[in-house]
Design a protein around this ligand. Structure first.
Ligand code: NAP
Length: 432
């Protein structure tokens, strides 16, 4: 049997998991690859740091040149996080003739076009299934298995931290702050969770998926996004009462005017598979014109789920499948779907609105009057009686029929300045 020599750069959580699979499951991997896959070098920053994997001493180095200068090593797994030195390392690897496998979503979302172009100029490939959805083979499925389809839409729960926080608020009635603290305690959330909770992480993943599914290269910063940090347990309770759950969704859908993209917490019907996605799990619903709806569900992060995707990418690379997928992605990118200009008059949906208002007569009429003037028709209203403790602020919840976001924004900005309204209105889209 022939042998392919490979290396890992970055021996953190995922790198350790990948090393375990390569060292402990070499026979299984050889069967899948039709050749031996030999881990020849591991590059770490600190050689003295204790690792959860027994590495033969000759493998470990802190000198990347031992990989780039070794012509026997043809594929490299790059697991250094962040933007730099990860970007420079990727370029060094490509320029020294290596095919690269990475799980670094932030790097691809920021520098993907540059890195992909460079790889193509050099005749190399980049495989990145682990960068979106961790262990769920989303990238491979969208780019290979669904290639007979025009993808019509993607609806993804792509951030496990947010899904965990929302699940805690929903099932345990936890406040947003307590749920986030619990996510940090369990290691789901970073010490600084800003990129997760403000929707940036999901937008980065959506930008990668949109490139695969629609050929469009969209800077992730241009994707409109709303985070979960303003959600209150009351929103989860009201959603339940209305027969829905709330999920942070990353959405791409083809509409008449082009591709509509956004990341936002949304109401999803309680009996839909998206509503069933709990804790730190991820899921994505893809609609293709031939296949109809397909679902993918699983762990979107974690050492071994992510290592599973990285090693599958490695096998695809050594057998040559990754190069084919990478080339097709280029062809696909030459006819990208047009991204819809951000025009709120053209975006329409049903909406959930929560107003925190003073509990006195006439407030409901004032609010519904403003909605009516913007042609926003009301599907249902919930107002619970004020508590006996004499709360003077009550939540008023309105579900609208389908309306344009432009009209809704105008109405909400008028409502927010009414004297009886005590806090900015919570506005959430509804996915029926
Ligand atoms: N963890 C997950 O569940 C998960 C899921 C999907 C995607 N990812 C992505 O996978 C990548 C790796 O994640 P991770 O969780 O394994 O991160 P991590 O635990 O922080 O590991 C990163 C490793 O890279 C090493 N490193 C940094 N600079 C280096 C350099 N110049 N040369 C060699 N090594 C260097 C670090 O060394 P030190 O140990 O010396 O600091 C660290 O061990 C990230 O891009 C992440 O976003 C992770």
């Amino acid at each position: 049997m022939e042998t392919t020599h490979v290396a890992i750069i970055g021996m953190g959580t995922v790198g350790t998991g990948v090393a375990h699979l390569l060292l402990d499951q070499s026979d299984r991997l050889a069967q899948h690859a039709g050749r031996r896959v030999n881990l020849k070098k591991v590059v770490a920053r600190d050689l003295k740091k204790p690792r959860d994997v027994q590495l033969p001493a000759a493998l470990l180095t802190d000198d990347i040149a031992q990989v780039t200068d070794d012509p026997e090593i043809t594929a490299v797994i790059q697991l250094v996080g962040g933007l730099e030195p990860a970007r420079t390392i990727m370029i060094q690897l490509l320029e020294s003739g290596k095919d690269v496998i990475t799980a670094n979503k932030a790097l691809l979302a920021e520098h993907g076009p540059e890195l992909f172009d460079r790889a193509r100029q050099l005749g190399r490939s980049i495989a990145f299934d682990a960068a979106v959805g961790g262990g769920i083979p989303m990238v491979t499925n969208i780019s290979q298995c669904l290639s007979a389809n025009q993808i019509l839409s993607l609806h993804g729960i792509l951030n496990g931290t947010c899904n965990f926080v929302i699940s805690q608020m929903d099932t345990a009635g936890a406040s947003y702050a307590d749920a986030l603290q619990e996510a940090q305690r369990r290691g789901y959330a970073e010490a600084d969770p800003t990129m997760d909770v403000d929707g940036s992480d999901a937008a980065q993943k959506l930008a990668i998926l949109v490139h695969l599914a629609f050929g469009a290269r969209v800077p992730w910063q241009e994707i409109p996004r709303q985070g979960i940090d303003t959600l209150q347990p009351a929103d989860l309770q009201f959603a339940r009462e209305l027969g829905y759950r709330i999920k942070l969704l990353a959405v791409a859908q083809l509409v008449e005017e082009g591709l509509e993209l956004h990341v936002a917490p949304q109401l999803v019907r309680h009996d839909s598979p998206l509503a069933e996605v709990r804790d730190a799990y991820n899921a994505i619903r893809v609609v293709g014109d031939a296949v109809g709806r397909v679902w993918f569900h699983g762990l979107g992060a974690g050492q071994m789920p992510t290592a599973s995707a990285v090693v599958a990418d490695l096998i695809d690379t050594v057998v040559g499948r990754a190069a084919i997928t990478f080339r097709t992605l280029e062809l696909w990118s030459q006819r990208p779907a047009r991204v819809m200009p951000r025009d709120y008059e053209r975006v329409s949906s049903r909406y959930y609105l929560r107003f925190d208002v003073e509990d006195h007569p006439g407030v409901l009429a004032e609010i519904t009057g403003i909605l009516g003037r913007q042609q926003i028709s009301i599907a249902s209203v919930i107002q619970h009686e004020a508590s006996e403790s004499g709360d003077e602020i009550v939540s008023l919840v309105v579900m609208t029929h389908t309306t344009t976001e432009g009209g809704l924004r105008k109405a909400v900005s008028e409502i927010n300045v009414l004297p009886a309204v005590q806090a900015p209105t919570m506005v959430l889209r509804v996915l029926d």
